[in-house]
Design a protein around this ligand. Structure first.
Ligand SMILES: [Zn+2]
Length: 239
C-alpha cells in the first residue's frame, strides 16, 4: 500500500469510526426503553391505588358478612327463646325479628353493591397488570435490540481499529502528525485528492502553474494551496 493510499484509507476509517460512534449514541432503543420504564412506573402507581381500593372493599365485605352472621344468630336466638317460652318481651318478638330481617336485607344489599365495585376494581387491576406485562415485554425487546446493535457496532469498530493500526504503519510520523492536526482543524476531513485539476473537498481549480508544480514534484502528499488540507496524489494519477 502506498503512503497516499494509506492516508486516504486512514481518512475513510476515521470518518467511519466517527459515524459509528454517532450511530451508537443515537440508537433509538435507548429512548424507547426509558419511555417503557417510565410508563411501567406510572402504571405501578395506579396499581397500588387499585390494590388499596380492593383491600378496602374486601374489608367492608368481610364486616358485612360478620354482621349477617351476627343477625342470623340473633334471629335463631329469638326464635329459640320464643319456642322455649323464655323470651323476655314476648309481645315484641315479631317487631324484633322484622328489624333483624331489615338489617340482614340491608347488609345483603350493601354486599351486592360492594361486589359490583369489587368486580370493577378487579377488572382495573387485571388491565393494569396486563399493561405492565406488555410494557415490560416492550422494554425487554428494545433492550435486547439495543444490545444487539451495540454489539454489532462494537465489532465493526474493533475491526476498523485493527485495520487502522496496519494503515497507520504505512504512514510517516511527519505525515501522521500533519494528518492529526488537519483532522482537528477541519472537523475530521483532513485529506483530499485531485479530481482533474480540482481538489476533491474545497473544489477550487488549481492554477495551471500549481498543477504543473504538483505533478512535477512527484510527491505523493502535498498541501492544498487553497484550503490547506493534505492533498494526496496517488501514483495512479501520475501516469
Ligand atoms: Zn483544498
Amino acid at each position: 500500500m502506498s503512503e497516499a493510499t494509506a492516508l486516504l484509507r486512514l481518512q475513510e476509517i476515521d470518518l467511519e469510526l466517527m459515524r459509528s460512534k454517532k450511530v451508537a449514541q443515537d440508537l433509538p432503543q435507548r429512548a424507547k426503553v426509558d419511555a417503557a420504564r417510565a410508563a411501567v412506573k406510572k402504571v405501578m402507581g395506579e396499581l397500588t391505588k387499585i390494590l388499596g381500593q380492593r383491600k378496602d372493599i374486601e374489608i367492608e365485605l368481610q364486616d358485612l358478612e360478620e354482621d349477617k352472621v351476627y343477625f342470623a344468630d340473633k334471629v335463631t336466638e329469638i326464635q329459640k327463646s320464643v319456642s322455649d317460652g323464655t323470651y323476655r318481651d314476648a309481645q315484641n318478638f315479631e317487631a324484633a325479628l322484622a328489624t333483624l330481617a331489615k338489617r340482614i336485607e340491608k347488609a345483603e344489599f350493601d354486599s351486592n353493591a360492594l361486589l359490583g365495585q369489587l368486580e370493577t376494581v378487579e377488572r382495573a387491576e387485571k388491565n393494569a397488570r396486563d399493561l405492565v406485562a406488555k410494557l415490560e415485554a416492550e422494554e425487554k425487546a428494545q433492550s435486547d435490540s439495543f444490545k444487539t446493535d451495540v454489539e454489532s457496532i462494537r465489532a465493526h469498530v474493533s475491526e476498523l481499529a485493527k485495520e487502522r493500526e496496519g494503515v497507520v504503519a504505512q504512514i510517516s510520523a511527519q505525515n501522521l502528525a500533519t494528518y492529526d492536526a488537519a483532522c482537528k482543524r477541519f472537523g475530521g476531513i483532513a485529506v483530499e485528492t485531485l479530481v482533474g485539476n480540482r481538489p476533491s473537498v474545497c473544489r477550487v481549480a488549481l492554477q495551471p502553474s500549481s498543477y504543473t508544480d504538483i505533478r512535477r514534484s512527484n510527491a505523493e502528499v502535498t498541501t492544498c494551496p487553497y484550503c490547506k488540507r493534505m492533498l494526496v496524489i496517488s501514483k495512479e494519477d501520475q501516469s
